[in-house]
Design a binder for this molecule. Structure first.
Ligand SMILES: NC(=O)C1=CN([C@@H]2O[C@H](COP(=O)(O)OP(=O)(O)OC[C@H]3O[C@@H](n4cnc5c(N)ncnc54)[C@H](O)[C@@H]3O)[C@@H](O)[C@H]2O)C=CC1
Ligand SMILES: O=C(O)C1=N[C@H](C(=O)O)C[C@H](O)C1
Length: 266
């Protein structure tokens, strides 16, 4: 069995910590270094909460990629950093597995073109939880029969991007099966800005941010005399790790960019 050598970017973050733990617990994975924006030159074991993990911390991605000889970079940072890391990894022949959300459509297209040109695998998944992927797929199926839909996503109040990457992906997937329409009354007017949420392809997305929440989404469909609600809840960040694992194993065997876990699950 060949060991997969992995770099984690954002190791001190909520998701990064969980990814480091999962990699340490997986026999065929080896954490070779981490990328952070501080603590350059230290060992991860010097950082509270990471005792015994003697891998170097880099703050410069080029240096990190050149010295680590990694197969995969797992990025769990912020939109700007995640984009830069993904691009640099592809250019250096290291395969990115990206959970970071908030990339623009143009950035995704550019990264996809770059992966194609370099013939290198890259997986960007707005949600690694299998249940969330099913929620998106079921919503796509339902929208064919129930074109009247609104999306409500609910997250912890430390989240930087809104709407969530999952909500955007859900709307994109629904758009593929839903007849085009603007949700709500044609003459509706907001008397308070933002009352109807964000509008994507005529669908409204509402973002809730509260302490105590982790990651939740409901997709509400309405029709004459009935409604259908499809809801997913992540109660902890371990819920995302099986998807990260599948992505690491899959990215080694593909030569393009895949956007969304649904495209690699059988
Ligand atoms: N795809 C998925 O299933 C999931 C994706 N996410 C996404 O993952 C990202 C991280 O989420 P959280 O862990 O909750 O955030 P967080 O704020 O806890 O962690 C982000 C980490 O990135 C680090 N960071 C910032 N700039 C950096 C740089 N230049 N170089 C290296 N590290 C840097 C920060 O120090 C921090 O430790 C977000 O974009 C979030 O939306 C979160 C949960 C699940
Ligand atoms: O920031 C988070 O926490 C999450 N971000 C992802 C998103 O934007 O969809 C995935 C999950 O919802 C948790």
């Amino acid at each position: 069995m060949k060991t997969v050598k992995i770099i984690v970017a954002g190791p001190r973050g909520r998701m990064g910590k969980e990814a480091v733990k999962m990699i340490q617990e997986t026999e065929e994975f080896e954490l070779v270094s981490v990328l952070d924006h501080k603590n350059d030159g230290k060992l991860l074991s010097e950082i509270p909460g990471f005792s015994n993990i003697n891998v170097p911390i880099y703050t410069n991605i080029e240096e990190c990629l050149q010295k680590s000889h990694a197969d995969v970079l797992v990025d769990l940072t912020t939109p700007e950093t995640g984009y830069l890391h993904t691009k640099t990894a592809i250019l250096n022949g290291v395969r990115p597995v990206v959970g970071t959300t908030g990339f623009t459509k143009e950035q995704l297209e550019e990264l996809s073109d770059l992966a194609e040109e370099k013939q290198i695998g890259c997986i960007i998944a707005p949600n690694f939880a299998i249940g969330a992927v099913l929620m998106m797929k079921f919503s796509q199926m339902a929208a064919k029969f129930f074109p009247d839909v609104e999306i409500i996503e609910l997250h912890h109040d430390q989240k930087l991007d809104a709407p969530s990457g999952t909500a955007v992906k859900t709307a994109q997937m629904i758009s593929e099966s839903r007849e085009k329409k603007e949700q709500g009354h044609p003459n509706e007017k907001e008397t308070l800005n933002g009352a109807r949420g964000a509008n994507m392809d005529g669908m409204h997305i509402h973002s809730v941010r509260l302490p105590g929440l982790i990651a939740h989404q409901q997709v509400l469909f309405g029709a004459d005399g009935q409604s259908l609600t499809i809801r997913h809840d992540s109660y902890n960040r371990a819920s995302f790790m099986s998807g990260v694992k599948v992505s690491i194993n899959t990215v080694l065997n593909i030569a393009t960019l895949v956007y969304g876990l649904e495209n690699i699950l059988d």
